[in-house]
Design a protein around this ligand. Structure first.
Ligand SMILES: [Zn+2]
Length: 146
């Protein structure tokens, strides 16, 4: 699987090149903004995407390697974080799909347009699709770009 970095928009080709980032206020409240970003593979901690978020006042940044959220244990960790209210619920639902549902990440940039143009008729709440619908979205997006 590969992903699109939420900060720079470039491809992340491997899980060990990615981090999950999310935010909590000094009041302890979760903030919106769960992101999948490029990991800093350098020793000087100057690289990687999203490090500027460390400078937002009154916000604590949680940043962990994405591979801890893959596989069966990673999925369990994400689900436990939802129940434990240690990650933002709606955004974690999307992150679970990005990390665990085949074709979801590839279809993600085109979902809204595909629904509004009637390419797919959602059977579930906004953002939830069958595999066949994700395939339809991806093939429509590829045709649209040709
Ligand atoms: Zn990036």
């Amino acid at each position: 699987m590969s992903w699109i970095c939420d900060v720079c928009g470039q491809t992340i080709d491997q899980a060990d090149e990615a981090d999950l980032m999310w935010f909590r206020g000094v009041d302890g409240e979760l903030r919106d903004g769960l992101m999948l970003v490029h990991h800093d593979n350098t020793d000087d901690e100057s690289g990687g995407c999203g490090y500027n978020y460390d400078q937002i006042p009154d916000v604590c940044v949680n940043r962990h390697p994405a591979d801890a959220y893959l596989g069966a244990d990673g999925l369990m960790r994400l689900l436990a974080n939802i129940v434990g209210k240690t990650m933002p619920t709606d955004e974690t639902m999307v992150m679970i799909q990005r990390l665990h549902i085949p074709q979801y990440e590839e279809a993600l940039p085109y979902m809204r347009d595909a629904v509004s143009r009637g390419i797919v008729i959602p059977s579930w709440p906004d953002g939830f699709f069958y595999q066949s619908q994700l395939e339809d979205i991806i093939s429509w997006a590829k045709d649209d770009q040709d």
